[in-house]
Design a protein around this ligand. Sequence first.
Ligand code: ADP
Length: 186
Amino acid sequence: MKILLLGPPGGGKGTQAKFLIEKLNIPQISTGDMLREHVKNKTDLGNEAKSYMDSGKLVPDNVILGMMKVRLVESDCNNGYILDGFPRNLQQVENLNQLLIELDHTIDIAINLKADENELMKRLIKRSKNSGRSDDKIEIISKRQKVYWEQTAPIIQYYKRTGILIEVNGIGTIAEITGRITEVIK
Ligand code: ADP
């Protein structure tokens, strides 16, 4: 099963992805985690991405595409995967579509974990206290929200039109939300 996990920063994508990894025995592919690993290891890609990440902006599309091209051909992706944090704008949707054609892959479902902005800010501020992430400062958190609503939210409409979008209420306990996701991936 190939799943897109969509939704705003703080929407719970990472938390729910962990559950899906276990349940479906497929990897989570988080562009944010991959980029942080590159930054930590000071690779060329990481050095290029760091300033964008630290200011809450999107890393250039060609950098992300290069990273995904390498990742999606790895053998653990054969039985499926959960894409978390990609695609993040309409250009990346196009890039992903092209890549999927090349790989002969099809996305089965796009799950949009929904939450309102107040709830998201509350969660992100709480998380920032012990995340150790350099982009978890209040002004950068707000910037990431703004980028989400301006650049990423439009892709929800795209997946709605293609018919693979499922909306899941992301407000509630972790277990409640996991329960809702379990229902939709049956
Ligand atoms: P969030 O908590 O905001 O969902 P992520 O861990 O997904 O954070 O991403 C952190 C940062 O990494 C983003 O603010 C952005 O700079 C960069 N990033 C992650 N995924 C992408 C992507 N698909 N395209 C561009 N930039 C990305």
